[in-house]
Design a protein around this ligand. Structure first.
Ligand code: NAP
Length: 277
């Protein structure tokens, strides 16, 4: 099997650099069994970080994840998210307990604030710390936080990750956010790492894929995974897609590949606001 690559979180937990997303899973009954089989195949292959959220299908994705990990809870590193509209003291706890019920477990390994809303950050962080103390979550983090949002976290607060939009067509974070996260020792979780499939037809990707005899999706994932402090969480609904994505861990992009990709997907030359999907 392809060698597992890990990223170490501030807590010391080592998690695989390639995980699995679940947005839109559970939306269509006809796809349900394939989606569950895909997540389970991912677990077999060591893609044990499973990312979900109370928002996805209004809980349907969490229920599907719960079914996929039944009997295998301890193999998974579960990530879920609280909506900003729920992120006050009481609401965060209620949202977390509802997520736990849907997931069929008593612990979420990493619980994220989905994006910043109007609740003061110190209140959300207090609520998250209380959930850590009671054992409902192992740790907490943030999502869609730009550099200034990270600065606004209360003193002493240390998120385990910032989950942000990052892929070949969304390189903005390379200018300010990724370097800042590295300084703060916060690994980044790259969401939509293949731009929801939209980038897969790109010529430059095909050219690099051809030189290695691999597929464009594998090049797109290997590119995100070239950094040692980034976790990628592609969503794949079939076992064959999961297997293809897993094989990206074995692809090493050369300097020439990176130059080819830079020519078509230029790195940022100035600060730009964080994109969100
Ligand atoms: P993505 O992972 O970039 O792309 C998913 C799309 O790529 C799906 O249509 C999938 O098709 C396709 N795909 C995956 N593997 C493939 C393969 N080997 N060959 C061809 N197509 C393939 O987009 P995403 O779902 O938006 O992002 C990933 C995860 O990040 C989400 O599911 C969610 O967990 C998380 N996310 C978080 C936020 C946030 O605000 N924190 C926002 C967006 C996403 P199939 O489904 O048919 O396999």
């Amino acid at each position: 099997m392809t060698q597992a690559r890990t990223v170490t979180l501030p807590s010391g937990a080592k998690v695989p650099a390639l995980g699995q997303g679940t947005w839109h899973m559970g939306d269509h009954p006809a796809r349900r069994s394939d989606e569950i089989a895909a997540l389970r195949r991912g677990l077999d292959l060591g893609l044990t970080v499973i990312d979900t959220a109370e928002m996805y299908g209004s809980g349907a994705a969490e229920e599907l994840v719960g079914e996929a990990i039944r009997g295998r809870r301890d193999e998974a590193f579960l990530v879920s998210k609280v909506l900003p509209s729920h992120a006050d003291r009481k609401g965060t706890a209620a949202a977390c307990h509802a997520s736990l019920r849907r997931l069929g477990t008593d612990r979420i390994d990493l619980y994220l604030l989905h994006w910043r809303g109007s609740v003061p950050l110190h209140e959300t962080v207090d609520a998250l710390e209380s959930l850590v103390s009671e054992g409902s979550i192992g740790s907490w983090g943030v999502s869609n936080f730009d550099v200034d949002d990270l600065e606004d976290l209360p003193d002493g607060a240390h998120p385990q990750t910032d989950q942000v939009l990052y892929n070949l067509t969304r390189r903005g974070p390379e200018y300010g956010l990724l370097p800042r996260c590295r300084e703060l020792a916060i690994p980044v979780m790259a969401y939509s790492p293949v731009e929801q499939g939209r980038l897969l037809g790109h010529e430059a990707l095909a050219a690099v894929a051809d030189t290695h005899g691999v597929s464009p999706v594998q090049v797109a994932l290997a590119w995100v995974l070239r950094r040692d402090d980034v976790i990628a969480i592609p969503k794949a609904s079939t076992t064959s897609h999961v297997e293809e994505n897993h094989a990206a861990l074995g692809l090493h992009l050369t300097d020439e590949d990176l130059r080819t990709l830079d020519a078509s997907f230029p790195p940022p030359t100035r600060e730009q606001p964080l994109d969100v999907l």
